[in-house]
Structures are given as C-alpha cells and as structure tokens.
Unconditional design. Structure first.
Ligand code: SF4
Length: 286
C-alpha cells in the first residue's frame, strides 16, 4: 500500500505580521484599494495601547517582522511610537506607505537599519498613476519620495498593480530601475475591497496565506493575510495573538486554503512580497 505524503503542517505562529493600523489615507484608489481606505476613514477600534500590546505579544510568541500598513500607516497619530515599540523589541519593520507625504521625522525613522519601505507606483505617466490613486499631484509626490528614499539608501520595494488595459506598467518598471529601485514587482488587481468583482474565496489566494504570515485589522480581527481579510480567525484585541494562533479557527482556516507549489507561492520570510501591489508571486491558486 502506498501512503501519500501529507502536506507539512502550517506553523501556528507566523514569522511575519501585517498590522493594518488605520483605514485613513490621503488617496482613495477607487478601483483598487483592498482596505477601502480614504481621507475620512477612521483608525478603527484598536487603540494605540492595543497595538502596543499586540506588538509586544508578537515579539514574545516568535514573530520576527512586522509590516505597518493601512490605509496610510504614517497617518496614525501613534505611528512613530508603534514603530519604536517594534524596534525596541527586536522586530524588523517594514512600512508600506504611499509615499505621498513624508514628514522629516519619518525620514529619520526610515533610515533605521531595521526599517525598510515599500510603496506602489502605477505608471511613468502622471495621468495614468493618478487615474489609479484618484488624486492629482500624487504621481509627482510619490516619484519624488521614491528618489529621496533611494538617495538615502533606504531599502525600498515598489509594487506596480495593473489596473486597466494599456497601463504603462513595463515603462513604470523601467523608470523605477533607472531611478535606482532594486525590487520592483508587477501584479494585477485582486477581487478584494474596491477591486472586488466577485465574492472573494480561498481560490483568490496564493496558497501560502497563514503559512508564516498573518494580518491584524483595525478592529483586531486576525486574518491569514491582507488579501484574505474575508477569512476571520479570531480577534487579537479580545483574545490575544497567542490564543488566536493556537485556536481551532486559525488551524481550520489555514487548512482550508488550497496550497500551490512552492515556486508559485509567496516567500514566507519576506511578507512584503505578498502585498497585493507588491508581488507577482502571490497569484491566486486558480
Ligand atoms: S491602495 Fe493604498 S494608497 Fe490607495 S487608498 Fe488604499 S491604502 Fe491608500
């Protein structure tokens, strides 16, 4: 009798945790934003103390890296304090910012050796970029800050999402390489949030969600990743992270996500690759 090898168990505690600390953003990205963020959205029901507690707990249970996302994470009033808390606990930090506006104190923060940046860019032509972001002037602002990040030698990844036909994604990628950006990925819109064209399902996911990664939403809900936000596995605000990751709901959800071959899935130790705008490796399973 031949026994088929079982898929390796998914680790209960992820190495990488996305922290969606706000729904507020200067932009709206009307046909793209998975978080449905915008200038009038709130920071959610998680308080700064809740986030600090969760960051501390993450470090205690073995998380290695956190990514601050939103919305625009730098718009959270306690953004700097939260980053400092993570760094003080030995966590690596990535900030996923639209780089539309960067305060001088944030530039100082971004030059910390354990901090890296990620952003999105949609075209080398301003009109195309701003068609995606919904805000005039956003192309020049983000491009200028990409140049500043490169000149400051801040590690930077840029994701390009193909939103409409004919969008100059290849030209955008070449422009970014010419500006000195080393890591550029092209992806397409996912059926999540404002990009939703059908009811999202686990088939929309890459297959490695919950495998070394997880996300905490603005109300404390824990999901397998930001794209898997329709899958709720518990609440870190109410129950704590350890209880969620040791719970049956987390295990069942992780098991329910169809796996893909390793070469087709996200890289578990670099979660920024699994951002909807920052990977071509994170395709849906089917
Ligand atoms: S996709 Fe990003 S930049 Fe655009 S509205 Fe959403 S959070 Fe803001």
């Amino acid at each position: 009798m031949t026994i088929a090898p079982e898929a390796p168990a998914r680790p209960a505690v992820p190495d990488f945790l996305e922290l969606e600390i706000t729904g507020r953003c200067q932009l709206t990205c009307p046909s793209l934003c998975y978080a449905k963020a915008g200038p009038t959205e709130s920071h959610g029901s998680m308080t700064a103390d809740d986030w600090k507690r969760i960051i501390s707990e993450a470090a205690e249970i073995g998380v290695k890296k956190v990514q601050f996302i939103g919305g625009e994470p730098t718009m959270h009033p306690e953004f700097e304090a939260l980053v400092h808390r993570a760094l003080a606990l030995g966590l690596s930090v990535q900030v996923y910012s639209n780089l539309y506006r960067v305060k001088p104190e944030h530039w100082r923060l971004f030059t910390h050796p354990e901090v890296s940046l990620a952003t999105s860019y949609y075209s080398d032509v301003a009109e195309e970029h701003e068609r995606v972001t919904g805000r005039k002037g956003s192309h020049a602002a983000t491009r200028e800050n990409i140049v500043k990040a490169v000149s400051r030698r801040i590690p930077l990844q840029v994701g390009i999402v193909e939103v409409f036909e004919g969008q100059r994604t290849a030209e955008a990628r070449q422009e970014l390489y010419d500006l000195g950006v080393r890591t550029v990925n092209i992806d397409r819109v996912r059926s999540v949030g404002r990009g939703e064209v059908h009811v999202p399902s686990t088939k929309d996911l890459c297959g490695r969600c919950a495998d070394g990664r997880a996300a905490v939403m603005t109300d404390g809900t824990v999901t397998p990743c930001v794209l898997g936000r329709f899958l709720h596995t518990g609440n870190a605000k109410a129950d704590g992270l350890a209880a969620v990751f040791n719970g049956q709901q987390w295990a069942d959800t992780a098991t329910s996500i169809p796996r893909r071959s390793p070469s087709m899935a996200c890289t578990p130790d670099d979660s920024s690759d699994c951002d909807p705008s920052n990977t071509e490796a994170c395709d849906p399973a089917y």
